[in-house]
Write a protein that binds this ligand. Structure first.
Ligand code: 4AD
Ligand code: MG
Length: 432
């Protein structure tokens, strides 16, 4: 790792050093206590925590005073000698010989008993606590593994724009923004742009934010979320599900391999996914939901509670396919054998988490696409270029979108989606 400033070592490197080694470390005061005139500072950097012992005789009087004055989260540079100490969790502590105060800190507001809203208002400070750091380290590994899977499987990354002219996923959740003397919207999905890109690269993906004006305040909705999307030329619905399954198995394996200790620290038991993901139809899922007491009619989309009930029936993520066409967006290809349902699949994560992926096969014919656009009461002129893609060598194709934060919430076992992103955006939260 890159080392900046005056430090000679990261705290995480101290445990490999011999007794008496002279080092300079830098970090933030995590805990502090004083006993018999000796100040004990637990100093934290990004690699770990070490106990620093500040004692008269070993340091000057000024240093001792500085240590006494250092508040929680004050930043310090400490010079000292490594002491092997079998009682310490890492086997070492540091006997200080000098203390430099870099950034004082007074009355750090985050306390063990701080309430949820207070922590959210102070997310800029909460970020440095163990709980948030661990959640974000899982996020890092999920993001990394998703990107890695696409790269190693030959997908080409193509980003869509953030300002767009029309809805992908229905007008109800569009964020409108002024765009000079016109209206623009924030993108809900890059799908249509990826569909354009398959004609250049065949298999494409992106990882970027999507925006939904979701008024529902739930544990699984953000107004701004990160969206990993892929689109594959020549792929049918089954091909698309094979991609999702392979991707998620890889992600689960890499997160456990690289951050198993972080999952453990979060109190999360999570194993790499093995075995085939079950694939059931909407009709079969509906039977399960009804058997478990849900009041839902054929044709309705599944809400949070119904998805929860279905996902609790399975130990692995489960694909639910062939939804009624009225429950899904206009671009889904109707099943030629049963035109009242579409060739789509949602992936429901286990443990009651519900949908983390939505996707399916797209309509490849201009005629059928126009029919569906009109049937939904939409204006074909809003989708001119999208329709145009069907006129120059159209091919069967499929794709999907995976919600990054929903995936992190599931893998890390977080109670709420907002802890899967550093600075969450919800209907009521625009600060910090
Ligand atoms: O199911 P959705 O709406 O599908 C699409 O947007 C497709 N156009 C994607 C595609 O085929 N390229 O969204 C895909 C996923 C959901 O399964 C969910 O994981 C996540 O995006 N998602 C959200 N995550 C957090 N907060 C929200 N408000 C979300 N809305 C969707
Ligand atoms: Mg969906």
């Amino acid at each position: 790792m890159w080392k900046f400033g005056e430090r000679t070592h990261f705290i995480g490197e101290l445990q490999d050093l011999p007794e008496g080694e002279r080092v300079r470390i830098a970090g933030w005061v995590y805990r502090k206590s004083e006993l018999g005139g000796v100040v004990f500072i637990r100093l934290r950097d990004s690699t770990g925590v070490v106990q620093v012992v500040v004692k008269e005789g070993e340091v000057g009087q000024d240093d001792l005073e500085r240590a006494r004055d250092a508040g929680i989260e004050a930043s310090l540079v400490v010079e000292g000698r490594v002491r092997r100490d079998p009682r310490s969790p890492t086997g070492v502590e540091l006997l200080a010989s000098s203390i430099k105060m870099v950034g004082p800190s007074h009355d750090f507001p985050i306390k063990p008993d701080s309430g949820e809203e207070f922590l959210l208002d102070n997310r800029h400070l909460h970020l440095r606590t163990t709980k948030m750091r661990n959640a974000l380290l899982i996020r890092r590994e999920v993001m990394r593994a998703v990107e890695e899977w696409f790269i190693t499987n030959g997908f080409v990354r193509v980003e869509g724009p953030t300002f767009v002219g029309a809805a992908v996923e229905g007008g109800a959740t569009l964020f409108e923004v002024p765009y000079f003397n016109r209206k623009a919207y924030l993108t809900q999905s890059s799908q249509f742009y990826l569909e354009a890109a398959i004609f250049a690269f065949e298999n494409v993906y992106t990882i970027q934010p999507s925006f939904r004006a979701e008024k529902s305040r739930t544990r699984r909705h953000l107004t701004e979320f990160w969206h990993a999307e892929a689109e594959m030329a020549w792929a049918d619905l089954n091909g698309m599900m094979d991609v999702v399954e392979s991707l998620l198995k890889y992600v689960s394996q890499k997160v456990v391999e690289r951050a198993g200790h972080v999952l453990e620290a979060l109190g999360r038991r999570f194993e790499p996914l093995e075995g085939d993901f079950p694939r059931i139809t909407y009709d079969e899922a509906l039977d399960i939901a009804k058997r478990k007491g849900a009041s839902i009619e054929w044709g309705e989309d599944f809400g949070t509670e119904v998805e929860r009930a279905i996902s609790l029936e399975f130990d692995l993520p489960v694909f639910v396919t062939h939804y009624p066409k009225q429950a899904k967006a206009f671009y889904h290809k109707p099943d030629p054998e049963r035109p009242e349902v579409v060739l789509c699949a949602d992936l429901l994560a286990p443990e009651g988490i519900g949908e983390i992926v939505g996707g399916g096969q797209r309509i490849e014919s201009e005629e059928e696409l126009l029919r569906r656009i009109r049937e939904e009461g939409l204006n074909p002129s809003d989708y001119k270029w999208y329709i145009d893609l069907r006129r120059y060598g159209s091919v069967p194709h499929s794709g999907f979108g995976l919600g990054i934060e929903r995936t992190i919430r599931w893998i890390a076992g977080l109670p709420h989606i907002r802890d899967a992103i550093p600075f969450p955006r919800t209907p009521t939260r625009l600060y910090p």
